[in-house]
Design a protein around this ligand. Structure first.
Ligand SMILES: Cc1ncc(C[n+]2csc(CCOP(=O)(O)OP(=O)(O)O)c2C)c(N)n1
Ligand SMILES: [Mg+2]
Length: 379
């Protein structure tokens, strides 16, 4: 019996429209109205400035651990801007830019990164899932949302975000498999930022691209220059239109780079070369987009100051929120507290009552049980 070729040899497309030297492929340039281009740039700039501010706030002990998205603004804004308010957006933990676009107030994001419950709650009309820290677990949820939309006949698409590291998790493969089998309206956006904490891409996968993993699940996959907002937009537009037309899921791999640390608890100088970072700084998605807009006369004067003022206002509102109730840490994990936690809760409640009754100055740490980074003795 001769050997038969069952699958044709496949190729994986790489899409780039505006390169880091400002060269534009006009044949591929998407048709975006000037106001939309301006809105996209503003969102990217807001995300960048907020990102830098968040790191400073964390260093000052004013917010908790934060995962910077610096360098990934084009991957996020170029994709999320193709969604309607009625579509679902499913973030991981580095999607601050995408969340801002979807209308999350800045102070809510600050609350989230201070460990506050209020920070994780989408608005009542908002079709976003909250931040997901456990890597890749949001992907089966995204497929479930798409399956429900398909079942109910809703005109809704779902966009789910994750990193290169997430593709090593079973959840990623299960999600793509179900999405392919059910042919549901979901777009998987992988932000391949080259690192999963200290693990480089080459130790994550032996595949030449992440996009090609789609082939195994019978769905289209495309690789795009993730620092080129026009390329990300074009690929996302196509994928979302396909989902809406009932033509099933797509995997988009955005090739990008995490310019900052994994989180504020990480020191990337321990595991990656400065030269690598410098090289990617030259491919900065904001500089490139700004140059493109400049040529079209669409760069607004004073935008940076306006964005900074919005951030400063939000920081003021965030810092005016009262401290959390320390007893809240016992809520929302167990429906019924196990006895050992009930004992700890009672003990903390007693100490808090005592410390409230105690006269100033503040009691010793043993009595006050302060939490790191929290100004919680205002109750
Ligand atoms: C299930 C699970 N395992 C491990 C972790 C710890 N962890 C947090 S982020 C991360 C790396 C994720 O890398 P990637 O998917 O590339 O996303 P990136 O951080 O680069 O955005 C790990 C291992 C976790 N949060 N969840
Ligand atoms: Mg990564």
């Amino acid at each position: 019996m001769p050997r038969k070729l069952l699958e044709p040899r496949f190729s994986v497309e790489h899409l780039s429209i505006l390169d880091s030297d400002g060269n534009l492929d006009t044949a591929l340039e998407p048709e975006l109205p000037p106001d939309e281009l301006k809105r996209m740039y503003r969102a990217m700039l807001l995300a960048r400035r907020l990102d830098e501010r968040m790191v400073r706030l964390q260093r000052q002990g004013r917010v908790g651990t934060f995962a910077p998205g610096k360098g990934q603004e084009a991957s996020q804004i170029g994709s999320v801007c193709t969604l309607r308010a009625t579509d679902w957006m499913v973030p991981s933990f580095r999607e601050t830019a995408a969340m801002l676009w979807r209308g999350w107030p800045i102070e809510t994001l600050l609350l989230f990164f201070s460990g506050r419950l209020e920070g994780g709650r989408p608005g009542p009309e908002q079709r976003d899932l909250p931040v997901t820290i456990p890597v890749a677990t949001q992907l089966p949820h995204a497929v479930g949302l798409a399956y429900a939309a398909q079942y109910r006949g809703d005109d809704v698409a779902v966009m789910a975000y994750f990193g290169d590291g997430a593709t090593s998790e079973g959840d990623f493969h299960e999600a793509l498999n179900f999405a392919g089998v059910w042919h549901v309206p979901v777009v998987f956006v992988c932000q391949n930022n080259q690192w999963a904490i200290s693990v480089p891409l080459k130790k994550q996968t032996h595949s030449r691209t992440i996009a090609q993993k789609a082939l195994a699940y019978g769905i289209p996959g495309i690789q795009v220059d993730g620092n080129d907002v026009l390329a990300v937009y074009a690929a996302s537009r196509e994928a979302i239109d396909r989902a809406r037309a009932g033509d099933g899921p797509t995997l988009i791999e955005c090739v990008t780079y995490r310019l900052s640390m994994h989180t504020t608890a990480d020191d990337p100088t321990k595991y990656r070369a400065e030269e690598e970072v410098r090289e990617w700084e030259r491919k900065d998605p904001l500089t490139r987009f700004a140059a493109y807009l400049g040529k079209k006369n669409l760069l607004e004067e004073g935008l940076e100051a306006a964005v900074d003022a919005d951030i400063a206002e939000a920081v003021r509102r965030f810092e005016a929120v009262g401290p959390p109730d320390p007893l809240g840490m016992f809520d929302h994990v167990y429906a019924e507290l196990p006895p050992h936690l009930q004992l700890q809760r009672d003990e903390l409640a007693r100490r808090l009552r005592e410390s409230e009754a105690a006269p100033a100055p503040p009691a010793t740490p043993d009595v006050a049980l302060p939490m790191r980074g929290q100004r919680q003795r205002r109750r």
